[in-house]
Design a protein around this ligand. Structure first.
Ligand code: XMP
Length: 321
């Protein structure tokens, strides 16, 4: 019967057999799957693994640091960080259409990852590329070797012909709860192991309107407050996801002190779900909502109103874009 320790041992053995003395590349996204996949690879082959983290500047508060510092401290992986925040912000300037944002982010991600992979392949030779495919993805896509259909942003299948690697999928026999158990077994921080699913294009699709540095700062602040209060109320694990959305193109009138304000609304979108295919809006306790609302309107300068999204999926999607 399976225990997290058994799963680790079996996977480590299988990886060692498959890889031999060759070299492996792994992209870290900040999410739980890539983190656990990388930690398993590290346990199996150590110095034959190199991880790449493309910092696109669209993660939430503290998440890039968690990858660069906490994850590295917990695992000892050799991490290459590509700080591409300016590049992504520049590429997104003036763009408001959601699909356009996704395309741009996907394209820039591939280009950046490709450059890093090319450099590493030149330096030490790379044979394998890690993909954090889970068992349900394998089943859904027909089960072929490397057949999983990964969401656009993480799909590194767009690499040019001279940079083709063999895919290695250390999580392909695991369900999500097993991935988490393995992550804890490998000593990963709880904040990484229990992280909610987060879209590849990140905060860019949670700003309705153009993405700018100021708007990212505002949204990051509001999102951090919502997450903090959810954790304080010990509701994190009951909630599937908690998107916080900035309506950057909407203003409404408010009053603060003696003054009239004309600021932006923040939307809270907590949902419960099993698989993100359908979802229901989460009935958060009023006192938690009240705390989040008063903190956001007090602490986020441009925000003077907080609303809660009470739409299920369908007809609404989880994200607003
Ligand atoms: P929706 O908004 O369609 O989202 O109900 C379903 C799930 O997918 C996530 N999502 C994305 N993930 N790239 C991703 O990697 C994307 O472009 C993207 N769009 C939505 C969303 O957070 C939810 O978990």
């Amino acid at each position: 019967d399976w225990t997290p320790a058994n799963l680790v041992t079996e996977t480590v053995d299988a990886v060692r057999t498959q890889v031999g003395d060759r070299h492996v590349l792994c992209a870290l996204s900040g999410g739980v799957d890539s983190a656990v996949a990388a930690a398993l690879m590290q346990r199996a082959i150590g110095s034959q693994l190199t991880c790449v983290f493309v910092d696109h500047g669209l993660l939430r508060e503290g998440e890039a640091e968690q990858v660069k510092e906490d994850f590295v401290a917990a695992t000892g992986v050799d991490l290459v960080v590509a700080d591409e925040r300016e590049r992504f912000l520049g590429a997104l300037a003036g763009v408001t259409d959601p699909e356009e944002k996704r395309k741009i982010i996907g394209r820039e991600f591939i280009r950046t990852f490709e450059a890093a992979a090319r450099e590493l392949a030149g330096e030490r030779g790379i044979d394998f590329l890690v993909q954090g495919t889970l068992y349900p993805d394998v089943v859904e896509s027909g089960g072929g070797e490397g057949a999983a259909n990964i969401k656009s942003h993480h799909n590194v299948g767009g690499l040019p012909d001279d940079l083709q690697f063999t895919l290695i999928e250390p999580l392909r026999r695991m369900f999500k709860d097993e991935v988490r158990a393995v992550g804890l077994e490998l000593g990963l921080p709880e904040e990484i192991v229990w992280r909610h699913p987060f879209p590849g294009p990140g905060l860019a699709i949670r700003i309705i309107g153009e993405v700018t540095e100021d708007r990212l700062t505002t949204l990051r602040q509001a999102d951090a407050i919502a997450r903090h209060e959810l954790a304080e109320a010990r509701l994190e694990r009951e909630i599937w996801q908690f998107p916080v959305v900035l309506l950057a193109d909407v203003r409404s009138v408010g009053v603060q002190g003696d003054g009239r304000t004309y600021g932006h609304p923040i939307v809270l979108r907590p949902v419960v779900s099993d698989d993100a295919m359908t979802a229901d809006w989460a009935r958060l306790p009023y006192d938690v909502l009240e705390k989040i609302s008063s903190r956001i309107t007090n602490e986020c300068v441009e925000v003077n109103r907080v609303v809660v999204d009470i739409t299920s999926k369908p007809p609404g999607t989880i994200e607003w874009e």
